[in-house]
Design a protein around this ligand. Structure first.
Ligand code: TXA
Ligand code: MG
Length: 353
């Protein structure tokens, strides 16, 4: 299959031309095809959420296990009730406050949502993304786009159209290029189907921000458990995921000790003939004397770390690095989501110094 990449960021394009391109993409989805598109979190791989066959194509293109449910993306509040059965008051409040935005909520599904889209579950995950291309594509495709992150299953999520092309060329007909995404890690997921709402995946919208709006919120205990045997409730969170090809090892502790330890480990690995990568920050990068050192962002701005995380992992993939040592970052605010993704990418290989 030939894959076309359509650029929507060229400033010389007329509004009319952009509208036409998005409309054509919407037609591809209406006809059961796949279109990768930008959102504010990561790129999504979209298909008609109400078509069992279209959903199946997503699993095929990603190589994703068919029991891992998809998020349905909507572009207006009216459409929420068409695909759900029961939206509790606190969920409405969160939607009012954070939609469009990086928040996904799980409800009982209505009958029009096929089990193929929900991985066989009676519940459905819904999100209204905060990105004009995404919102316009959803509207022009009929209103309901099922979209996982547009990476091959198990690889880091794509934050640029080039990342999508790396994974999906030859597998899907169309990629909409909207430039780099703003946030860089996937949405926060909150489950409303079992009593007190529960965070199943941390993201840019933090537990504190949710608490401020609705009061009580739980966090899936399976998320914070150290042993890999604990089972998170979101099926997708149980896989080793977001993973680079190289072994990733996180080093935690005070800045000086972490730096000393990473230098030691890197020297050792180089001595064994391995190619080594190091994930550092603007503030710390100069302190390393071995291997390929990449800055992931600045410590004074956690958002910058979230934004670059997956791109840096992909860059190391391209360099065929065999082992990556990474600094760890503060776990407050969006830092919680960063920590969660890094631990998963590391398959829980953490060294404390
Ligand atoms: O930011 C995002 O959420 C991106 C963009 C494209 O919107 N999408 C995304 O989708 O990250 P995906 O498929 O990569 O991750 C969806 C996660 C998986 O862990 C899946 O198991 C979980 O949501 N999930 C979906 N539906 C669920 C349900 N009904 N119950 C529990 N977990 C669910
Ligand atoms: Mg994903």
């Amino acid at each position: 299959m030939e894959t076309t990449i359509v650029t929507l960021t060229d400033e010389k394009q007329s509004e009319e031309a952009i509208r036409e391109k998005i409309h054509a993409a919407g037609q591809v989805i209406r006809q059961g095809g796949l279109v990768a598109f930008p959102t504010e979190t990561v790129y999504g791989l979209g298909a008609d959420a109400l078509s069992p066959q279209a959903s199946r194509r997503i699993y095929e293109a990603k190589g994703r296990p068919s029991d891992n449910p998809l998020i349905i993306h909507i572009s207006n509040m009216e459409d929420l009730k068409k695909i759900t059965k029961n939206v509790p008051g606190p969920a409405r409040k969160l939607a009012e406050k954070f939609w469009p935005g990086p928040l996904t909520m799980i409800f009982e599904k209505s009958d029009i949502v096929p089990l193929e889209t929900t991985g066989g579950l009676r519940t459905v995950a819904v999100r209204m993304p905060n990105h004009s291309i995404a919102l316009r594509l959803i509207a022009s495709s009929g209103g309901f786009i099922a979209a996982p992150s547009a990476n091959t299953s198990g690889k880091p999520s794509p934050t640029r159209a080039e990342h999508v092309a790396e994974d999906m060329t030859g597998r899907i007909p169309l990629i909409l290029d909207g430039g780099s995404v703003g946030i860089g890690i996937e949405s926060t997921i909150v489950d409303f189907t079992e009593g007190t709402p529960m965070i199943l995946r941390p993201g840019y919208i933090t537990a504190e921000m949710i608490q401020e709006v609705i009061g009580e919120i739980r966090i899936d205990p399976g998320l914070t458990a150290r042993d890999a045997e604990a089972h998170p409730k979101a099926p997708g969170m149980k896989y080793r995921h977001y993973a680079p090809k190289a072994d990733l090892v996180l080093v935690e502790g005070s800045r000086e000790k972490v730096q000393r330890k990473i230098n030691e480990l890197a020297e050792e690995a180089l001595g064994e003939g391995k190619s080594v990568g190091i994930i550092a920050t603007e503030e710390t990068r100069a302190g390393y004397g071995h291997g390929v050192v990449k800055s992931i962002g600045t410590r004074t701005d956690a958002d910058s770390i979230a934004r670059h995380l997956y791109g840096v992992l992909r860059e190391f993939d391209q360099l065929d690095v065999e082992i990556i040592y990474s600094e760890s970052f503060p776990a407050s605010g969006v830092g919680q989501a960063i920590k969660n993704r890094m631990q998963k990418a590391a398959g829980h290989q953490v060294i404390e110094v």
